[in-house]
Design a protein around this ligand. Structure first.
Ligand SMILES: Nc1ncnc2c1ncn2[C@@H]1O[C@H](COP(=O)(O)OP(=O)(O)OP(=O)(O)O)[C@@H](O)[C@H]1O
Ligand SMILES: [Mg+2]
Length: 386
C-alpha cells in the first residue's frame, strides 16, 4: 500500500482513516439504497459529494452486497460518450473477476465487443474502442441496462456531475435514461451534482422526466465539532500539535468548505515540524502559499472578464457576502455604473460559475480566489483570533 505522507487528503478517497465524519450522510445514502430508493446529492463544488459516495462504496457491508459502479460524466458531451464511459467503467469493475465475467459482459453487451483487446505486452484484457465504433448509442445503452439487470448481485451506479446530461445535444436524453431506470429491479442510482439550478431543474420541474424520482441529499460542510478532533488526531499522531482556536480560525475563514480547509491543513501539517506547535504565523503562511499557487489561474480568469464584470466581482469579494447588489445604496457605496449593468454582470458571473447566489446573497465561488481578490484589491484579509 502507498505510504501516506500527509493525512489531509486534497484529492480522491483513500480510506476511512483520512475521512472525517459524514456519519449521518452515509447513513442516509446507505438507507436509501437498501430501501430501493434512488437518491440525488447536491452541494457546491468541493464540498465532498464524490468522497461521500466513495466512502459508502468502500464500506465492507456495502461492497459485499452490491456491485458498485462510479462514473464521472463531467467530460462527456453526448449520449455516445456517456455510454462509452459507463461501459468502460463496468468492464474495469469486472475485469479483476476473471475471463468468465468478461465473456458474459461481451455476450450481453455485444455492441461493445470490438472494444475487447489483449494488451500486447502484458497480455491483460483491456477496453479500448474508438468512440466512432459505438454506432448506435441507444442500443448499447439498452444492452448495458440488460447486463446490470442480469448481474448476480444488485448493482449501484453512481453518476457524478449528473447535471451534464442536461447539456447533451440529444433532446430526449432524460426521457431515455428515465425509462430505462424506471424498469430497473436489480440496479439503483445515485446522482451527484454541483450546479444546483441544473440539478434542481432536472428533479424538481414537473415537466421533466426525472421529476420526483429521487430523494435529495443537500450536502453541507462537515460540522466543526467533528472536524476539530479529526485535525487534532492527525497532528497528534505525527507528534505535532495545533490549538482548537487555530483550527476554528481556519474552519471559519472558509466556512468549513471541505476542500479548502483540507488544503490549508495539508499545508499546515507540512509546515509544522515534529514536536512543534502550530502558530498563527504558520496559518497565515499556509493560506498565502495556497493562494499564491493558484495566482496564475486567478490572473487569467480576470483577464477573461470585462471591466464591468471585474468591478462587480471585486465588490462582491470585498463584501464577502453581498446582498441587495442592485439597490441604489449598494451602487452608490461602491461607485458602480447602474442597476441594470450590475444585473447584467451578475448574470454573466453566475453563468461562468465565478460567483454563486444563495437566498439573494452573492459570494465568489472559489474561496481562494475570493481571498486573493481582496488582497490584490488593497484591503487584504484579516487573520486574527477573536
Ligand atoms: N469527509 C471528508 N473528510 C476529509 N476530506 C474530505 C471529506 N470529504 C471530502 N474530502 C476531501 O475534500 C475534497 C473535495 O471533496 P470531493 O471531491 O468529494 O468534493 P465534490 O463535492 O465531489 O467536488 P466537485 O463538485 O468539485 O466534484 C477532496 O480532496 C476530498 O479528498
Ligand atoms: Mg465530485
Amino acid at each position: 500500500m502507498r505510504k501516506i505522507l500527509n493525512p489531509f487528503i486534497t484529492s480522491g478517497y483513500i480510506s476511512e482513516e483520512f475521512f472525517c465524519d459524514r456519519e449521518n450522510e452515509s447513513a442516509i445514502l446507505t438507507k436509501s439504497i437498501t430501501q430501493g430508493n434512488n437518491i440525488a446529492i447536491i452541494s457546491p463544488r468541493r464540498m465532498g459529494k464524490t468522497g461521500l459516495i466513495k466512502h459508502c462504496f468502500h464500506q465492507h457491508n456495502f461492497s459485499e452486497k452490491y456491485y458498485s459502479i462510479f462514473i464521472d460524466i463531467y467530460a462527456t458531451g453526448n449520449l455516445r460518450e456517456f455510454v462509452y464511459t459507463l461501459g468502460k467503467e463496468i468492464f474495469d469493475t469486472l475485469k479483476p473477476r476473471g475471463p468468465k465475467f468478461i465473456d458474459q459482459f461481451f455476450a450481453v453487451i455485444s455492441s461493445l465487443r470490438p472494444a475487447f483487446k489483449l494488451d500486447t505486452i502484458t497480455g491483460q484484457p483491456t477496453f479500448d474502442i474508438g468512440l466512432g465504433e459505438i454506432h448506435q448509442a441507444n442500443i448499447t445503452l439498452e444492452e448495458i441496462f440488460n447486463y446490470l439487470e442480469g448481474a448476480d448481485k444488485p448493482c449501484v451506479v453512481a453518476i457524478d456531475e449528473f447535471q451534464q446530461i442536461a447539456k447533451y445535444p440529444e433532446k430526449n436524453i432524460e426521457a431515455i435514461l428515465r425509462t430505462h431506470i424506471q424498469h430497473c429491479k436489480n440496479t439503483q442510482f445515485i446522482y451527484a451534482g454541483s450546479q444546483r439550478h441544473l440539478m434542481e431543474n432536472i428533479f424538481f420541474s414537473a415537466s421533466r422526466p426525472f421529476y420526483q424520482s429521487v430523494g435529495i441529499l443537500q450536502l453541507k460542510a462537515i460540522e466543526k465539532q467533528k472536524y476539530i478532533p479529526f485535525v487534532n488526531l492527525h497532528f497528534n499522531q505525527a507528534n505535532k500539535s495545533i490549538s482548537n482556536e487555530l483550527i476554528d480560525l481556519v474552519y471559519e475563514t472558509f466556512e468549513g468548505h471541505t476542500w479548502y480547509i483540507q488544503n490549508i491543513f495539508n499545508e499546515l501539517f507540512a509546515l509544522t515540524e515534529k514536536g512543534e506547535i502550530c502558530t498563527l504565523d504558520l496559518v497565515k503562511e499556509a493560506i498565502s502559499n495556497k493562494i499564491a499557487s493558484y495566482e496564475p489561474l486567478f490572473q487569467s480568469t480576470l483577464t477573461l472578464l470585462t471591466e464591468r464584470q471585474r468591478e462587480v466581482l471585486y465588490t462582491i469579494a470585498k463584501e464577502g457576502k453581498a446582498t441587495a447588489v442592485t439597490s441604489a445604496g449598494f451602487i452608490k457605496k461602491h461607485g458602480l455604473l447602474s442597476s441594470s449593468s450590475v444585473q447584467t454582470s451578475i448574470r454573466q458571473l453566475l453563468d461562468k460559475e465565478i460567483i454563486t447566489s444563495e437566498n439573494n446573497e452573492y459570494q465568489v465561488y472559489d474561496r481562494f480566489f475570493g481571498l486573493w481578490l481582496t488582497t490584490i484589491f488593497g484591503t487584504g484579509y484579516r487573520m486574527e483570533i477573536v
